[in-house]
Design a protein around this ligand. Structure first.
Ligand code: ADP
Ligand code: NA
Length: 328
């Protein structure tokens, strides 16, 4: 039996990487067996930063769907759909925006941080939609009356706000929405090949779409103990980025690798070769699935259309209740 309903979404940025997989998708693939899941490619959210050039959106949506399917999301078990194709997201967002105090939105920490960060780069991103991001996120979740949202720690303030907005709606009109609960994932933050957090903004990613050879090439570039120059130097795994990867992808050999590094019986090149082969193996099933879908845009379009159709039904039913509660 299902433990409840989940909503989660991801922006189609076109640069899905292994960190995104480890931090979110891997967890979704597990959750799909226990929950009724709505997974949305949230292209409207992508407009908060990409409104000036929207030409890549269709291609990015296609690639994100391909990434999700390769990762093992099952289009039969889950409702996989494109946010902008379900117009009720925009409608509910508008209605929620009427009843949300501006101060609630302005105090979201990520809003203040991003504003400072981007303002420093001279980018004028302080648009109405950018401020209203959590408002749209709230609409996304409650439109499906989702009880659960998988979140990382960084998203907790957004979820708290979503719960507040939901309570406000329920108090003002009619208690039709469950207050969404966070499902905390224990996913580790994956470092990039340079040791900072893997992020598309740092250019340090391992693209999730990498072929086995591309994967080997990126792994070869992972930085190791900077003090270790020659193969005969003894290494320190504690400061080695490749070792962090071994911890995540090669747990079985971790003790042996640790010893071999400290005693210089294995060099960094060979150590990373072993890591690469392990990762190629782990990603094998995903690579096979990708090849099944690749070059079949028709198949992907069908999956997204079927998902969108299922999402629309639920969304339309919710909006009828909302309209009635609000006398619209
Ligand atoms: P990026 O940092 O590349 O811009 P996003 O902010 O678009 O990535 O993140 C999308 C999802 O992937 C979020 O759920 C985020 O927590 C997760 N994520 C991103 N980078 C990592 C990482 N290096 N390790 C684990 N999870 C990550
Ligand atoms: Na980010």
């Amino acid at each position: 039996m299902s433990k409840g309903r989940i909503f989660s979404g991801m922006q189609p940025s076109g640069k899905f990487h292994l960190g995104n997989y480890m931090g979110a998708l891997e967890n979704w693939v597990k959750l799909q067996n226990d929950y009724e899941c709505f997974f949305s490619i949230v292209d409207l959210h992508a407009l908060t930063s990409a409104y000036a050039d929207t030409s890549k959106i269709p291609e990015n949506i296609y690639n994100m769907a391909l990434d999700w399917l390769s990762a093992g999301l099952d289009p039969e078990k889950n409702v996989i759909f494109v946010q902008s194709k379900v117009k009720e997201h925009a409608e509910l967002h508008l209605l929620l925006s009427m009843m949300t105090p501006l101060s609630w939105l302005e105090r979201v920490p990520t809003y203040k941080d991003k504003l400072q960060q981007l303002g420093a780069q001279g980018k004028d991103i302080n648009t109405y939609g950018f401020l209203g991001y959590p408002e749209l996120m709230t609409a996304d979740i409650i439109l499906y009356k989702a009880g659960f949202v998988p979140v990382g720690e960084d998203q907790l303030p957004h979820l708290e706000l979503a719960r507040e907005i939901t309570r406000r709606f329920n108090n003002l009109y009619s208690p039709i929405f469950p207050e969404p609960q966070g499902l905390m994932s224990e996913a580790a933050v994956l470092p990039g090949i340079d040791g900072r957090k893997m992020s598309k903004s740092y250019g340090n990613t391992i693209p999730f779409a990498s072929s086995p050879d591309e994967l080997r090439e990126r792994v070869r570039m992972i930085i190791t103990d900077p003090q270790r120059i020659k193969k005969t130097d003894k290494g320190n795994p504690d400061v080695c980025v490749a070792f962090k990867f071994h911890k995540l992808f090669n747990k079985e050999e971790i003790v042996e690798i640790d010893q071999a590094c400290r005693s210089a019986s294995i060099g960094c090149v060979d150590c990373k070769k072993r890591l690469a082969e392990k990762m190629v193996h782990i990603m094998g099933a995903m690579h096979v699935r990708r090849q099944e879908y690749e070059g079949k845009p028709e198949k992907i379009r069908e999956i997204l259309e079927a998902g969108t159709e299922r999402a629309r039904k639920v969304a339309a039913a919710t909006m009828e209740e909302v309209r009635e509660a609000m006398h619209l």
